[in-house]
Design a protein around this ligand. Structure first.
Ligand code: BGC
Length: 758
């Protein structure tokens, strides 16, 4: 018997006490499901719809008194509309844990006066640490965490993030972001794990595990919310919330597995994408939400909308002529909770739809049952609010150290002509550029506020890149002039004249802080004032170290050839300045690897796992020169240099001819042939040589980060099975076709053969 069917029966038993069931059935039922069904059967329609309603905290503030809750508004929300969830940060941004505790307790006092005392589930965008809490540790943004290629590190950091979010009395985070950006212009690329489906799914699972642990009800764990299901990162325009066209087989092969893995790992909630795919807004897609997510993937948690997205079905997407129709479409598609977020239209419309029989009670019970289940699993009924005094390690030095380690493992050395780096400590440097003295640039968006414009104010005690240089080699050895801001020239001549007085120029370029639509751009090229500064400095012939501090790879092709070294920092968080400078001076050996192709040209945005036809030149011969001409990113996915060198040898398989049930063991020896200890990411790619759907040139299938002392050799092994040889065919089915596959690790490659079944 299916649990749901059983529960329906159990509800009937509770209600009518006239049915019999077997003892074994009872034993196999999760006790939480029994609690849920009991509570559900006692709830009124208003109480149920209230559970499905999520309101932003700022809508409950007193007019003209930012950060102060209006008792009447709170009472209305909880007693009249019986809301189940609140989100977001009160004005003016990022309270300390004690203030969070007060706010959550104020809310609790109100829910305690209700009949059923159902706890509110409070949700927050803690996307790189508990990033809406003053004093919390801020880690590199997800794109940087992906560049560490270290899943254990990611899990440890999100466990700290869970702890610090609970120290702020909050049990639910809108993270991880599992979007698969197909266009590097997209303003949310840095919130994702980059362009590869496998790397993203491994990282997503690590983050979910770190947040939720084995028992999400533990006092240091939070419920994860994987977002934004699905296809959000793919608009061809690169602009936020614009339409995507994604064939079903592509969605199934690349986007879906990322979500499937995190759901299998137990993610408790899913946030829906604000985008539309092939003309259907995801919020209105029964196929994607109910058929695929809830039925095929067997997702047992609850589904929340993104910001205002039911309203947008009517006002933006225009697939619903009225709000009522929008509510009906989305709830019938499978939405369980609406991030309304600042009125009660959803509540009113849904109440009327159910009363008129247009939305069945079974749909409402499914939605509310899912929400209540997560509330029970989080133990909110017994511990609705956690308290900061129980979290003595909030902001601890060991947690700060983890942020530093993540930043230093993520920063990627993209270029190092003639071993320019590491620099000698006794030489003079000029630090210049718009990102040189800015905590905003290091942290990016979703830091204290939505757009992250207050990082310098909240992180006065942290080191900007400039301050980290001064701290490392003494103020007397560091000259500084910004030269330009991101969007305007300030004084390029001053930077040039200071550059003449030093041995090295540290040119810090990149982006301002942003997220979502405010981060949309019309040109991926790095802004004009920055290009001017770089070119003016390059004329001097001094060695220049280009430090990139950016959420997405802005084109630097016009001047990159004049740079002696290039370091990509991404958005490395509060310890990024220190980590960068330790790498510049060789106290840390860089080990980050790019999680995306860094494009050279605005109109050549191929992914690393391109098709062969994307690599063809402009004549039919496809010789090496042409190949280079058409596929020629500035830096390729997986690339990242070290101060030592690694040699790969002895690639071997335990079998060459394989049947479908076989597992292949792949081994390779890696040696540190340099003189410094270093970390290397061993990357295994598979190429299906011929297939009925045009195969990709190569696809990442496994990776492992290892550390090697000088001279040390490590043997690394991976196992590969039939699933790794599969793709989605024309009928949208996963299949593996017999034939040859090439396995590549570094520059070593060998073939295996999947035999035909007789
Ligand atoms: C974003 C989500 C975020 C939500 C709540 C939306 O605008 O798209 O990623 O979780 O707001 O703040």
């Amino acid at each position: 018997m299916k649990i749901n069917a059983f529960l329906t029966m159990l509800i009937s038993v509770t209600l009518f006490s006239s049915c019999s069931f077997k003892k074994e059935d009872l034993q196999s039922v999760d006790p939480i499901d029994i609690k849920v069904s009991k509570l559900l059967s006692s709830m009124t329609l208003e109480e149920k719809i209230g559970q499905m309603t999520q309101i932003t905290i700022t809508a409950l503030e007193k007019n003209g008194a930012p950060g102060v809750l209006d008792k009447n508004k709170l009472k209305e929300a909880i007693h009249k509309y019986k809301i189940g969830s609140i989100l977001n940060v009160p004005n003016p941004g990022a309270p300390k844990p004690k203030r969070w505790d007060e706010i959550l307790n104020e809310i609790l006092e109100e829910t305690n006066q209700t009949d059923k005392k159902i706890p509110i589930i409070y949700g927050i965008d803690a996307v790189h640490g508990s990033s809406y809490t003053d004093g919390a540790v801020l880690f590199p943004q997800q794109i940087g965490m992906a560049a560490t290629w270290d899943t254990q590190l990611v899990e440890k950091c999100s466990a700290i993030s869970a702890y610090e979010t609970r120290a702020s009395a909050i049990p639910w985070v809108f993270s991880p972001d599992l979007d698969l950006p197909r266009n590097p212009n997209w303003s949310r690329l840095w919130e994702s794990f980059g362009e590869d489906s496998y790397l993203s799914s491994e990282m997503g699972v690590a983050m979910v595990r770190g947040f939720q642990g084995d028992d999400v009800g533990a006092s240091d764990k939070v419920a994860a919310c994987v977002k934004h299901y699905i296809g959000y990162g793919s608009p061809p325009t690169g602009k936020d919330r614009t339409p995507s066209i994604i064939p079903e087989r592509i969605l199934k092969q690349y986007d879906l597995p990322i979500f499937a893995k995190s759901i299998e790992a137990g993610a408790k909630s899913v946030m829906i994408s604000s985008g539309e795919i092939n003309g259907t807004p995801v919020h209105a897609s029964k196929k994607l939400i109910t058929d695929v997510l809830k039925n095929e993937l067997d997702f047992k948690g609850f589904v929340v909308t993104d910001w205002q997205d039911i309203i947008y079905l009517h006002t933006r997407h225009k697939i619903a002529a009225t709000m009522r129709e929008a509510v009906k479409k989305s709830v019938m598609a499978g939405i369980d909770m609406s991030m309304v977020p600042d009125n009660y239209t959803f509540f009113e419309e849904l109440f009327s739809l159910v009363s008129d029989g247009e939305v069945p009670m079974s749909r409402i019970d499914d939605a509310v049952g899912r929400i209540l289940k997560v509330k029970f699993e989080l133990d909110l009924f017994r511990t609705p609010v956690t308290h900061p005094e129980d979290y003595p390690d909030f902001g601890s030095s060991s947690s700060v150290a983890m942020s530093y380690i993540s930043a230093s493992e993520s920063i990627t050395l993209l270029k190092n002509v003639g071993n320019t780096l590491p620099l000698p400590k006794e030489k003079k440097v000029l630090v210049t550029g718009p990102t040189a003295n800015s905590m905003k640039s290091l942290n990016g968006g979703w830091s204290y506020t939505w757009q992250g414009e207050k990082s310098d104010q909240y992180q006065e005690d942290k080191f900007t890149i400039l301050e980290a240089f001064q701290n490392k080699i003494g103020e007397q050895n560091v000259l500084y002039a910004p030269g330009v801001s991101i969007f305007e020239e300030i004084d390029i001549a001053k930077s040039v004249s200071l550059a003449k007085k030093v041995d090295y120029v540290i040119l810090c370029l990149g982006e301002h802080n942003y997220t979502e639509t405010p981060g949309d751009i019309n040109d991926l090229t790095i802004t004009e004032p920055q290009v001017k500064l770089a070119k003016a400095l390059a004329k001097l012939g001094k060695p220049i170290i280009l430090v990139l501090n950016e959420g997405r790879p802005r084109i630097i092709n016009e001047f990159e050839h004049e740079m002696n070294a290039v370091l990509q920092c991404y958005l490395p968080g509060s310890e990024g300045g220190r980590a960068l400078v330790d790498i510049v001076y060789g106290d840390v050996n860089p080990s980050g690897k790019l999680p995306y192709n860094y494009p050279r040209y605005t109109n050549s945005l191929q992914k690393y796992n391109r098709k062969y036809t994307e690599s063809l030149g402009d004549n039919e011969q496809n010789d090496d020169a042409d190949y280079q001409k058409s596929y020629n990113p500035q830096y390729e996915f997986g690339h990242g240099l070290s101060y030592t060198s690694f040699e790969y040898k002895n690639l071997s398989f335990d079998k060459i001819f394989i049947k479908k049930e076989d597992v292949v063991e792949v081994k390779v020896d890696v040696q540190n042939v340099g003189v410094k200890t270093g970390k290397e990411v061993v990357q295994l790619y598979i190429s299906d040589l011929y297939a009925s759907i045009t195969p990709e040139v190569k696809v990442l299938k496994r990776f492992k980060k290892i550390e090697l002392q000088p001279g040390e050799v490590k043997s690394v092994s991976f196992t590969i099975d039939l699933d790794d040889l599969k793709f989605v065919d024309e009928n949208n089915e996963w299949i593996a076709e017999s034939g040859e596959f090439e396995i590549t690790i570094n520059k070593l490659a060998k073939k295996i053969v999947l035999e035909k079944e007789l």
